[in-house]
Design a protein around this ligand. Structure first.
Ligand SMILES: Cc1cc2nc3c(=O)[nH]c(=O)nc-3n(C[C@H](O)[C@H](O)[C@H](O)COP(=O)(O)OP(=O)(O)OC[C@H]3O[C@@H](n4cnc5c(N)ncnc54)[C@H](O)[C@@H]3O)c2cc1C
Length: 374
């Protein structure tokens, strides 16, 4: 018999969770505090083709751009472009993406209550009394409430530049430890002379982004809009369930540690959660999700630790060696942007690279990371 499920948050993961539950015969209500789904946008919208397939909506007209490669720039010391023969990632229209999920959910018989800000704990106690289930898909804000600390503020600008500063299908990753020691900056082509530039920081991120832009020298004609949100970099929360509530998506910390990207890991979280709920196996929910992403998260945790502890010259040295290795080039040609851990272990045999990565006392920190329980 169908059980009532209430979902807090009509973001992509809440909506996907709702759709999957309706497919399984549950009665589902979504409470969303904003007036419209999709707004305000905080996300860049870069995902893999496989990530788009997780979401059961027609995806073709969501794609703003297809990306074949990355240009890596490390201040004025390193510049290299890695381009595959076929697109590896897409930039999607994030607002339309959420709207499509919303219409699909409504069309399937789900109920959405907009401008309905809930107090999750009170709602959860109430629904529990009626034997229902509350799923918290309220995003990063709900994660922070649990005391979670590994977050940065992300800030982005959509700009129109005077000339074509970047290739149509190559996104730039810019590292400048002097200006931002905590994170990289991304410049993603959208269409024509339009691009999305962003970074994340625990400090005054808007100022940081403006300084980075001055350094890069992008000739801005017009800033179309500025937007941002919380970038989650600490891995999943320790518990995906508490007394009366189940967490999924950003509220569970289902994000890549390296980039904060959450549409793949959170989308998979929605699928695992709804299967577990349907099969009455909720106790295995977290372990199933961890089983899928454990190796990725361990490697990403190490990469993040390396980024934070290496100075710019070390990163340049490491990248110079890495760029020449077969493994790295094969990874760029065939690799998967969501799952890259399986190939990276091959780099353990690159002695010169290991010497830099494990130098300056990093060996112990990395080993500790490797054995820290996720
Ligand atoms: C700067 C930036 C860039 C990013 N770029 C990418 C990217 O390129 N690729 C990628 O995969 N990911 C990216 N992400 C991460 C991605 O945006 C998130 O992982 C994704 O949006 C998570 O979806 P969600 O549904 O869990 O949470 P959210 O999208 O945050 O949705 C939560 C929803 O819950 C609602 N809500 C919250 N509290 C309540 C309440 N009490 N009552 C009712 N409603 C409530 C909110 O209004 C919101 O609509 C980026 C994030 C940031 C900040």
């Amino acid at each position: 018999m169908a059980r009532e499920v209430v979902i807090i948050g009509g973001g992509p993961v809440g909506l996907l969770t709702g759709i999957k539950l309706l497919e399984k015969g549950f009665e589902v209500k979504i409470y969303e505090e904003d007036k419209q789904v999709g707004y305000p946008q905080h996300c860049t919208g870069i995902i893999s083709f496989k990530t788009l397939e997780l979401y059961p909506i027609e995806g073709q007209n969501l794609i703003i751009n297809k990306l074949r490669g990355v240009r890596l720039r490390i201040s004025n010391k390193f510049l290299e472009e890695y381009v595959a023969s076929t697109p590896k990632a897409i930039v999607i229209d994030r607002i339309l993406f959420e709207k499509k999920l919303y219409w699909k959910f409504i069309d399937m018989g789900g109920e959405v209550y907009l401008e309905k800000k809930t107090i999750p704990k009170i709602l959860a106690d109430d629904v529990k009394k009626k034997n229902g289930v509350v799923i918290n898909a309220g995003g990063a804000k709900e994660l922070i409430k649990s005391g979670y600390k590994d977050i940065l503020t992300g800030f982005q600008m959509d700009i129109e530049s005077i000339d074509k500063w970047i290739k149509d299908d190559v996104t730039e990753i810019y590292v400048d430890k002097g200006l931002n020691p905590e994170y990289f900056c991304w410049i993603t082509p959208l269409a024509d002379n339009y691009m999305r530039i962003g970074t994340a920081s625990s400090g005054r991120v808007r100022d940081t982004l403006h300084r980075i832009n001055e350094n890069l020298g992008i000739p801005i004609n017009r800033v179309v809009r500025e937007f941002g949100g919380v970038v989650i970099t600490g891995g999943p929360r320790k518990k995906f369930m508490d007394k009366n509530m189940i967490y999924v998506g950003d509220s569970a910390g289902m994000n890549k540690i390296t980039t904060g990207g959450g549409l793949n890991y959170g989308g998979n979280g929605a699928i695992i959660l709804t299967d577990m709920l349907y099969n009455d196996e909720l106790t295995n929910y977290r372990s199933k999700w961890i089983e899928k992403f454990k190796r990725e998260l361990q490697i990403q945790g190490i990469l993040r630790e390396l980024f934070l502890t290496m100075d710019e010259d070390e990163i340049v040295e490491a990248m110079t060696i890495l760029s020449k290795t077969e493994v790295f080039n094969a990874l760029l040609a065939t690799g998967d942007m969501d799952y890259h851990a399986s190939d990276l272990h091959k780099l353990l045999f690159e002695k010169d690279l290991m010497k830099i990565l494990l130098g300056k006392g990093r060996f112990r920190r990395i080993i500790r990371k490797l054995f820290t329980k996720i």
